[in-house]
Design a protein around this ligand. Structure first.
Ligand code: C5P
Length: 407
């Protein structure tokens, strides 16, 4: 049982029926030795009482922003400053909307805006409120702000409906808190990792483009793994519909040429991983106006070669210590990857089979082969998240002795 002795949690209780579960959460946190201070929204007071939470936490419970005595004893800034972690449970749709948009009209939302501490939220609401595009958009914004979520889970709800929206159980919220408060090994702290991901989009005219089916999932998973290991992580992404991984800076680009410029601007780096499915060709001259159908038949589009981003960076004076390329092949996967390793000047090629049998594009799973100058290592099929983690662990091992030798 991991102890939370010496850790302080600021628990912000929103107004929802799930608020009753916070009694158990406070009890569990106290059992682990954490200090728990509680802020309740006005609506939360309709579901649970400040007195019960004061008894369980052994601390004064803070309820209103403009209570002068509270402000004298412990200002709202001070409340979040004294905490190691802020936990919002239940995080109602309203509270999440306020957080996403920086509103601060009561003590709870002000404390959340005034903090630079990690924040964990446990959403709880009616299924339709959770699924509403407005809420989903707010979830995406909160994730981009680095806020962690636990739940919601599927199940029968107090309103009689069934589906996602139930608040995570107190034990699961405690688990997420323990994970966030336990220092992780950060072997890549102080290192910089650049990753390209997704497709590129090459315009034909103002409304048409050439692109491909890359979902960006593998590159995003690698970026998430790099950030988890403590690296300063920059993800240079073509157009995809994925949320930014937490702790990662995303640079959005469209064309191959923009992607190359972004990569050059982000150098130097210790590791560069090129997962993007860069379009090999672009239309030589993009039409300024939408091309019209004419009697003369379809237009002849002259194509021009795009820059090879990976080869350009790998052969440049600003080459990172480790350069990793991907090879999406439909046949003779490892043979082509071995040739690519030399031609492109990288240290590792991660080869995968994108033939229909391989089924990688858009999928959540991947089967890869690591090709280096010394051999080929085939990994079993696993999730793209696991490929990301395993690859980043391997790169960490390769980078660290190299750096040690130079010191
Ligand atoms: O030559 P091919 O497209 O198969 O090479 C794939 C690898 O090269 C991937 O790592 C991809 O991100 C990178 N690449 C690139 N710029 C290009 C083409 C490919 O960085 N123009």
């Amino acid at each position: 049982m991991t102890s939370l002795a010496g850790k302080a949690v600021l628990l912000i209780i929103g107004g929802g029926i799930a608020a009753y579960k916070t009694h158990e959460l406070v009890r569990l946190l106290k059992t682990r030795g954490a200090r728990v201070r509680v802020i309740m929204t006005r609506a939360a007071e309709e579901f649970v009482t400040p007195l019960s939470l004061a008894s369980l936490s052994g601390e004064k419970v803070y309820t209103a922003l403009f209570s002068l005595t509270d402000e004298v004893e412990m200002g709202h800034i001070q409340l979040s400053r004294a905490a190691d972690l802020l936990v919002v449970a239940p995080a109602t749709a309203d509270l999440m909307a306020k957080m996403a948009h920086g509103l601060a009209d009561d003590l709870a939302s002000t404390a959340l805006l005034a903090t630079d501490k990690p924040v964990l939220i446990a959403p709880a609401m009616n299924v339709r409120m959770w699924q509403h595009p407005a809420t989903q958009h707010n979830v995406e914004i909160l994730r981009r702000h680095g806020i962690a979520l636990v739940g919601p889970t599927d199940g029968e709800m107090a309103c009689g409906e069934f589906g996602p929206g139930r608040m995570a159980e107190p034990g699961d919220i405690l688990g997420a808190i323990v994970t966030m408060l336990t220092p992780k090994a950060r072997p890549l702290a102080g290192r910089r990792v650049i990753i390209t991901a997704g497709p590129t989009r090459e315009p034909i005219d103002p409304v048409r483009f050439i692109s491909n089916h890359s979902s960006g999932k593998q590159g995003y998973a690698i970026a998430e793994a790099a950030a988890e290991l403590g690296a300063e992580t920059v993800l240079i992404s073509g157009p995809v519909s994925l949320p930014a991984p937490s702790g990662v800076r995303v640079v959005n680009v469209e064309t191959a040429r923009e992607m190359l410029t972004a990569c050059q601007d982000e150098m130097p780096a210790d590791i560069a991983i090129f997962t993007a499915a860069v379009a090999d060709w672009r239309v030589a001259s993009e039409a300024a106006e939408k091309l019209k159908k004419t009697e003369a038949g379809p237009p002849n589009l002259a194509l021009a070669e795009n820059p090879d981003i990976l080869a350009t960076i790998a052969h440049s004076g600003m080459r990172p210590s480790l350069v990793v390329g991907f090879a999406a092949e439909t046949e003779k996967v490892t043979e082509h990857a071995t040739q690519k390793l030399k031609r492109k000047g990288c240290d590792i090629i991660v080869a995968n089979d994108v033939s229909e049998a391989g089924g990688v594009f858009g999928s959540d799973r991947n089967t890869v082969h690591l090709v280096t100058s010394t051999g080929i290592e085939s990994w079993p099929e696993m999730s793209k998240q696991d490929v990301g983690r395993k690859l980043m662990e391997r790169l960490t091992e390769l980078l660290t002795p190299q750096q040690k030798a130079m010191e």
